[in-house]
Design a protein around this ligand. Structure first.
Ligand code: NAD
Ligand code: TYD
Length: 334
């Protein structure tokens, strides 16, 4: 793989993946195809080696544009998505355009162009909530919110294109990811940046019982890379962090690392249909040699320190559209 098309490479995980590829594989050229939605941010890629990197602004929902970008590449790794559950609860139209129609355009172009590899980055949320144990790739999917339903729709189209036409589609399902450069609508960067500003941390009531499995962003990237290079077409690979935490425990850790106290915690009305717990088993990817490298305490300390040291990065985001969204989502509770 000499030229890899990364779609959504200006977002959180995609930008780390671009850096990861350039650092790990000196012969690789990356084409980053990104629409630059509210979540896309070219600051995330400041300083990348421009001689091995090309940026193309485009929308995966535009069939001609994505096909043209794929023509010059051997493989495509799709990160492009609408990604926030709370926004999908306000309206899912854009989620369907990007996460379903966009993925369809990618696999259809891959079929026409005989692409060598198509990796669709998906999420553990497609399985739905699980009270005990952990989902394996053989379990049925049961998405329960419009975001995860859209992601599952894209996945199904990818799987159908593999079955029907032999398009070499590989799917990864990662767990909740954390680290530098995450847009501060997701709980971890939202709470860290609010804590730095001494502002309330809006914990959805029931937060004690809601559990997520946290995966450091570099480990997510190495997992996707392992599946891309060593995985088999038609297969699905879970990428688990192995760090299950109740939301309240996560919140306490953030308060500790930012030197704030519990008075900042504000219990707010619950998210509709809030999935209680996500958990996946990553044995299948581990059998290909993948291991997560980041320890939870170290990953959290590094992440909080990054937001403390990069205030201009998130203060630029927390303006305009962000403030409108925040008001709409949290109202008086923000
Ligand atoms: P993000 O919201 O930070 O970034 C998404 C990127 O996609 C942005 O750069 C945006 O501009 C771009 N984009 C959106 N719509 C597009 C379109 N139509 N055409 C081209 N570009 C478009 O997302 P993230 O958190 O980095 O997630 C990346 C991928 O990983 C997504 O597919 C998501 O479903 C998946 N995932 C995320 C997590 C997580 O915890 N963040 C966990 C598992 C899986
Ligand atoms: P989030 O970061 O939105 O990721 P996901 O819903 O994809 O897992 O939320 C993680 C957890 O944090 C989830 O249980 C909902 C909770 N949460 C809050 O309690 N308050 C918030 O303001 C947000 C955004 C999330």
């Amino acid at each position: 793989m000499k030229r890899i098309l990364v779609t959504g490479g200006a977002g959180f995980i995609g930008s780390h993946f671009v850096r990861y590829q350039l650092a790990q594989y000196p012969g690789v050229h990356i084409v980053n195809f990104d629409k630059l939605t509210y979540a896309g941010n070219l600051d995330n890629l400041a300083g990348v080696d421009e001689s091995r990197y090309t940026f193309v602004r485009g929308d995966i929902a535009d069939a001609d544009a994505i096909r043209a970008a794929m023509e010059s590449c051997d493989a495509v790794v799709n990160f492009a998505a609408e990604t926030h559950v709370d926004r999908s609860l306000m309206g899912a139209s854009e989620f369907i355009d990007t996460d379903v129609r966009g993925v369809y355009n990618i696999v259809e172009a891959a079929k026409q162009l005989n692409a060598k590899r198509v990796l669709l980055v998906s999420t553990d949320e497609v399985y739905g909530s699980i009270d005990e144990g952990a989902f394996t790739e053989d379990d049925p999917t049961g998405p329960r919110n419009p975001y995860s339903a859209s992601k599952a729709g894209g996945e199904l189209m990818g799987r159908a294109y593999h079955q029907s036409f032999g398009v070499p589609v590989i799917i990864t399902r990662g767990s909740n990811t954390y680290g530098p450069n995450q847009y501060p609508e997701k709980v971890l960067p939202l709470f860290v940046t609010n804590a730095i500003d001494n502002r309330p941390l809006p914990l959805y009531s029931g937060g004690e019982h809601n559990v997520r499995d946290w995966l450091y962003v570099e480990d997510h990237c190495s997992g996707i890379d392992c599946a891309l290079r060593n995985g088999a077409p038609g297969e699905i690979y879970n990428i688990a962090g192995g760090n299950e935490r109740e939301n309240i425990a996560l919140t306490h850790r953030i308060l500790e690392l930012t030197g704030r106290d519990e008075s900042l915690i504000k219990l707010v009305p619950d998210r509709p249909g809030h999935d209680r717990r996500y958990a996946i088993d990553a044995s299948k990817l581990r059998a290909l040699g993948w291991r997560p490298g980041m320890d939870w305490d170290e990953g959290m300390a590094l992440t909080v320190q990054w937001y403390q040291e990069n205030e201009p990065w998130w203060r630029r985001i927390k303006t305009g559209e962000y403030l409108e969204y925040y008001k709409k989502q949290y109202g008086e509770n923000g």
